[in-house]
Design a binder for this molecule. Sequence first.
Ligand SMILES: [Zn+2]
Length: 370
Amino acid sequence: MLKAYKYRMYPNKEQEKLFFQHFGACRFVYNWSLENKIRAYESEGESISRFTLNKMLPGLKSEHEWLKDVNSQSLQGATLNVDNAFTRFFREKKGFPKFKSRKNPVQSFSVPQHYNVNFETHKIKLPKIGWVKTKLHRKYQGVEKTATVSVTSTGKFYISILIDDEEEEVPVQQFDENTTLGIDLGIKDFAIVSNGEKIDNPRCLKKSLLQMKVMQRRLSRKQTGSNNRNKAKIVVSKLHEKIHNQRNDFQHKLSFRLVCENQAIALETLNVDGMLKNHTLAQHIADASWSSFVTQLEYKAQRLGKTILRIGQFEPSTKICSKCGYYNRDLTLADRDWVCPDCGSHHDRDINAAINIKKFALDKQNLIGI
Ligand SMILES: [Zn+2]
């Protein structure tokens, strides 16, 4: 099984310069590859493979001398990333690959091989860069795959190393109605589960989110390009990072608990396209937070042999009575609870939805079984 290990890096000034050269060159090659792929497709309806692109790299290097200072395997890593972005686009119908900008909050380059990790000296040797101080806070065992170096908008450097631990995948465990949990992801509460539990964001995270609202408002009042605006921007970036860490910690614990306590977890498929069109900040933050939570659930489920079941995003999980199946056409977004006109059950809107998500998901399983 593949597992990623992430460490903080502390390059010296000289190495920092080389890092940024790598970020820039890989971004350049990525955009150049993307452009070539689009052009080939538009003019001849053909696709260029990354092998063809890699063969064109020496020519590109003689046109742009500065690319020669960069690890050529990292440049090939950029062509591979473009290829992967296209595969994802065609297979999962997720957004068309975008050009990379130097303004992206995270910049990265990959080191496919020939790096060297020394846990004793806390250093990692990277081709063309040398030994870089790294906080190697935990050891791994297994075969080293690609490493990725990145920098955040607040100037922190990280390396993420992909390790194949060569362990067999855990066999998938049986599940039934009693061992499956339905989850409805909410806005007011973070998640509502079919056994009736409502899980809220932790207090520290809510406090930071509120602070963010205030900071964003302050930032928007500062003049563009002014010193004060730049200062406020740094404060906002730091707060973003804090929120990211608090959320990560919360979701880590919650997803672990839910996956441990249940054999299967049923979810609604998130509407990624709809999410991107939604402009309010609160909604945006909630969307980003849900998709990272779903990723964590999937990842942990796979490691522990549990199952994630999904239902379609258009299944009317909120409007159907989970007791008798009555379809309540008149239910509006404002109705937080309702009484079923048919069987008289009293429903909490979100808990009812979570129960339905579980039911729909299990129903589908039976159909597949037949
Ligand atoms: Zn009913």
